[in-house]
Design a protein. Sequence first.
Length: 276
Amino acid sequence: MTATGPAALRVAVLGIDGSGKSTLVRLLADRPRGAGRRVVLSCLRAHENPDAPLQDLSRHLDTLSKEADRLDSPDLKLAVLYLQMCTYGVAERFFTRELAARVVITERHPLIDALAYLPLYRRAIERVDGPGRPAVLREQLAGLSPPAAEAALAWCRALGEGPGGRAVRLDTLGAELTGLLELPAERCVAELSARLGVTPPDVAVLLDIDVDTALGRVASRGGRPEMHERADVLARVRESYDRALAASGTVRVHRVPVDGRPPEELAAEVARLIGG
C-alpha cells in the first residue's frame, strides 16, 4: 500500500565537479536522524543507494557514460546523461510515496543540472555535428558493451510507452535536447520537467568553490576525467547554475562557501540549513 502523509522535503546538493558534493551527501547520510526517514540519492547513479529501484539499469548506464567519455562523444554523453536522469524520478517517487521518506537529499538534480549543462553540451555538439553524425553515433553504439547498450535501448522504449510517453532515439537525442534551449525559458523548464518526470527541489545547496581548487581535487582522484572537467567549462558551469536556479522558480537556495573548510564543518552547516 502506498504511504501517505506530509510531503517530503527535497534537497538538492549542487556544485561543479570537485566541489565536494559526494562527500557532503555521504556525511549527511551518516548524521543522526531526527523524526522520519531520510534518504540519500544520486541524480545519475541510482545504484549507489542499495534500496533504490532500477539497480541493473543504473549500472549499465554508468558503464555507457564512461564509454561516451572514452569516445569523446558529447552527443552520446548527453543522451546517456538524460537516460540516467530519467531514473531519478522513479527513485524519488518510490522513496516518498512507497516508503514515506520525510527528507530526500540528492547529489545533483535532474532538472537543475539539465538547465545548467545543456548550453555547454550545445557548444560541444555543434563542433562535431553534421549530416552524417547520426550514422557515426549508431556505429559508436554498435561497438559498445552489448548488455549495457541493450539495457539503454530497452529504457528508451520504456520511456516512449504509456500516457505522455516520448519516443527516444539515442542517435538523435543529444541534438533534440539541446534544441529545447530555443524555447522561451519557462517553456524550456516545463518541457524538461515533463520529460524527466521531476519538479524542482524545495531546497538547493549550492557549493561555491574556486575553479582551480576544484580542478586540483578532480585531478587527485586519478582515472579518466569526464569531458567537462576543464577549467573553462567548469567556470561556465559555475555561472550556469545561477541561471538555472533563477529559471526554476521557487527553489530556496543556500550558497555555501567551500574553499579551505573541513567537510564535517560543511555538513554541520548544511544540516542546520535544512533542519537537521
